[in-house]
Design a protein around this ligand. Structure first.
Ligand code: 5GP
Length: 131
């Protein structure tokens, strides 16, 4: 099992933001902003564009619902959606609250958050999910 699959089944701990039977969302451990979330399919697939059309469509709808929860929890101009996948070979969408283009610069220094802050952020998103 790859690292994100282990996260999705709870074998590796994560700060859960949302889930359903097919997809899982959790906080990025090196966030660009408070609320930076990763959305993954539970099924193991590396490259997002190898996903079947139906699965990809459902994945995107789930990501949309998570993005709406993030925006309610952390007001921002928009929630950016970024797909890289160069580090972890399990398809994932980054959802990042942004006010400007500079907020999606992956080279900038990541936030250092405490355990309590990660807990608080994920709880806020969870409470907004599905409203
Ligand atoms: P990418 O594959 O999109 O280039 O980057 C992978 C992202 O996953 C990075 O932003 C990195 O911080 C995040 N990441 C890598 N390993 C873990 C992990 O074990 N837990 C969490 N929560 N995030 C991770």
């Amino acid at each position: 099992m790859d690292i994100f699959s282990k996260i999705a089944v709870g074998e590796i701990p994560s700060y859960k933001c949302a889930e359903n039977n097919k997809f899982y969302a959790f906080l990025d451990i090196n966030p660009l902003a408070k609320g930076h979330t990763l959305v993954i399919p539970r099924r193991e697939v590396d490259y997002i564009f190898d996903m079947e059309d139906d699965e990809l469509a459902e994945f995107e709808v789930f990501a949309k619902q998570v993005a709406q929860a993030i925006r309610r929890a952390f007001p921002c101009r928009k929630v950016a959606q970024v797909v890289l996948g160069l580090e972890v070979a399990h398809a994932h969408i980054h959802l990042i609250p942004i006010d400007s283009e500079a907020d999606v610069d992956f080279h900038k220094t990541k936030l250092k958050l405490s355990e309590a802050e990660f807990q608080e952020i994920s709880a806020k998103i969870r409470s907004e999910f599905g409203k």
